[in-house]
Every structure is written in structure tokens, then in C-alpha cells.
Design a protein around this ligand. Structure first.
Ligand SMILES: [Zn+2]
Length: 332
């Protein structure tokens, strides 16, 4: 995802206003971004989150731990809430998800000085979920900023609206759309699709799951299952396979590994199964917990982070993955 203000097309006035509020430290703890689909509301929200989370004076710097974590979808203080479907029901933001976030934000931030909760399509919260959120908006605990993004505020309770600073987003000018299309190298007819792609991290992951990303995820699960029986020969074979993936695919592979390891930590802590990213494989993950003591999970998470960082540089992917696998093997 883009985290820099400069990468956003249009919305100059809104961006100026936000930057002024940031500079004067007058940013309210809850904001409501309202405007048509696909004009870049989420992008502005992500840039704002990056600025709030970045530790540098030139925020967002794109280089500090916080910015890098945000760029790799692994920021522990950034929560992206998106509508999800349960079974065949329409996508919605359930009260359980709001509660889950409320529990997490009650804790001290891990990487940054504050936490940011970005709720995309916030109007997909039912009344119960909105009332639940309202409690936190009325009595914010600790350093947390909420950004609610909607295309129409009609479905939001008056009480929720009144707790947020509203900011309206208009459609982009024709020239701006042209710039945006050129920037992404696609034709004008694909603009709607492009807008959908500008979504954030977990949303993107969910989309990937729906579109066949599950194969990649399952590959990571079986990788973890076989990690302990990995021979040197497997290191070279696996390294070759992973090395043949595109940088983008490998980023996703590492992202799944990260999510699964975090799920394993949740399983260790005896946390609710409902807060797992990948509930459907929880039995398989529980099975391998014996081979992954908590210290080892943290060591692998660190290794993943390091690999993600190096992947951003111009490295030989196969060598990078061989090194990764060797480190994994040595941990046994
Ligand atoms: Zn930074």
C-alpha cells in the first residue's frame, strides 16, 4: 500500500487540513471520511495513519520500523476493519470484530506512540456494532485515533456521526483521474477495478483468499508442518521453488507465514478461536505447536521480518530464501 501523501491524487484541500491539524496537534480522536467509492478516501486514511504511527520528524518517512511494518501489513498498532461475510450472509462488520479491536487497543501500543483503527465501509456495521463502537468513541482510552470511511453517512447512527470530525471527499477531476490511470498503467475503462485495489491490508488478504490465494496459504501451512523434518536437500529444493516466485507472490507468502505464526501465538495464549486470521486450519496449527515453542515462534517472526525487509531491496530472491530456510533449519 502507498503510505506517502505525495502518492495521493487529488483531495489537496483535505490533505492540507489534515496536515495542519497534525502539525498543531489538534487532530480529533475520531474522523469520518465520506465520499463516493474509489476516490481514494482509504488512501488518505492510510497516509494519515502512517503519519500518526511514524517515529520520524518527517512522517511518514517510509524507512522507520513503523513505516516498514505498515508497508508489509504487519503493524501491530494499526487495525484495519473491513466488512466480512459469514457463510452466505452479506458482508458486514460484526460486533465481535469491534469488541476484539476494543480489547486490543486497551493495551499499550507496541511499535508506535499510539494506535490507529481504520474502519473501511463503516456503514456496514449493524446497529449493535455501532453502539458498541460508540462507547469507545465517547470515552476514548489511551492514545488511539479512529478513522471511519463511508460512501454515505446515512446508515451511520446520529450518535456515532456526532462523535467524529466529518471530512467530505468529492469525485476526482478528469485530469486527476487521468493521472491516476497513467500512474497505474491501466486504461480508463478499468478505473472502477483500480479503485477497489486501493484497499488496505487485511481487506486485500481476504480478497486474495477469495481469488485463489488459499493455495499459497495452504502451501505455508504445509511448510510449517514439515519444517522440523527439513533436510539440507529440502532446503535447496524449497529454496528453488520459493526463489521462482515473483516478488509480489513471495511477499504474500511471507504475509501468510506471519499471520499463521501470530495465530499460533493466539492458540498458545488460549485466546478465542474467533480472533484467528485462519480459523479453518486451527486444528493443524495446534498440532504443530509442540514443535514450535513460543521462543521459536518469535524467532521465526523476527526472521520473517528481516526477510521482508531484504525483499524490499534488490536481492537475489533464491539466495534470500535459501538463507531463510537455513536459518529455519538451524532453529530446530
Ligand atoms: Zn516512518
Amino acid at each position: 500500500m502507498d503510505i506517502r501523501w505525495e502518492d495521493i491524487i487529488g483531495h489537496k484541500k483535505n490533505i492540507e487540513n489534515l496536515q495542519t491539524l497534525l502539525k498543531e496537534q489538534r487532530l480529533p480522536h475520531a474522523l469520518l471520511f465520506c465520499g463516493p467509492d474509489g476516490v481514494g478516501k482509504s488512501k488518505v486514511a492510510v497516509a494519515l495513519a502512517a503519519t500518526l504511527l511514524c517515529g520520524s520528524e518527517q512522517a511518514p518517512c517510509g524507512r522507520c520500523d513503523s513505516c516498514r511494518a505498515l508497508l508489509t501489513d504487519t503493524h501491530p498498532d494499526f487495525y484495519l476493519v473491513v466488512p466480512e461475510s459469514v457463510g452466505k450472509t452479506a458482508k458486514s462488520i460484526r460486533i465481535e470484530r469491534i469488541r476484539e479491536v476494543q480489547t486490543e487497543i486497551a493495551r499499550v501500543p507496541i511499535l508506535s506512540k499510539r494506535r490507529v483503527v481504520l474502519i473501511n465501509d463503516a456503514d456496514r456495521m449493524n446497529e449493535a456494532a455501532q453502539n458498541c463502537l460508540l462507547k469507545t468513541l465517547e470515552e476514548p482510552t489511551g492514545q488511539v485515533v479512529f478513522i471511519l470511511v463511508v460512501n454515505s453517512r446515512g446508515a451511520l447512527l446520529e450518535t456515532v456521526q456526532s462523535r467524529c470530525m466529518p471530512m467530505n471527499f468529492g469525485t476526482l477531476l478528469l485530469d486527476e483521474i487521468k493521472d491516476l490511470l497513467l500512474q497505474h498503467g491501466v486504461m480508463e475503462s478499468q478505473a472502477a477495478e483500480l479503485a477497489a485495489l486501493s484497499d488496505g491490508s487485511v481487506g486485500r488478504a481476504l480478497l486474495l483468499q477469495e481469488n485463489g490465494g488459499m493455495t499459497l496459504r495452504d502451501d505455508v501451512v504445509s511448510f510449517l508442518e514439515k519444517a522440523d523434518s527439513m533436510e539440507m536437500e529440502d532446503v535447496w529444493i524449497r529454496g528453488k521453488d520459493l526463489g521462482a516466485l515473483s516478488r509480489e507472490k513471495l511477499t504474500e507468502w511471507l504475509m501468510y507465514l506471519n499471520m499463521l505464526l501470530r495465530d499460533m501465538l493466539v492458540l498458545y495464549s488460549g485466546g478465542e478461536r474467533t480472533i484467528l486470521y485462519h480459523q479453518d486450519v486451527s486444528a493443524r496449527l495446534t498440532e504443530i505447536l509442540t514443535e514450535f515453542p513460543v521462543e521459536r515462534i518469535f524467532a521465526v517472526l523476527e526472521l520473517v521480518r528481516e526477510t521482508q525487509r531484504r525483499l524490499g531491496a534488490n536481492v537475489n530472491i533464491r539466495l534470500l530464501m535459501e538463507r531463510f530456510l537455513l536459518c529455519m533449519r538451524n532453529q530446530k
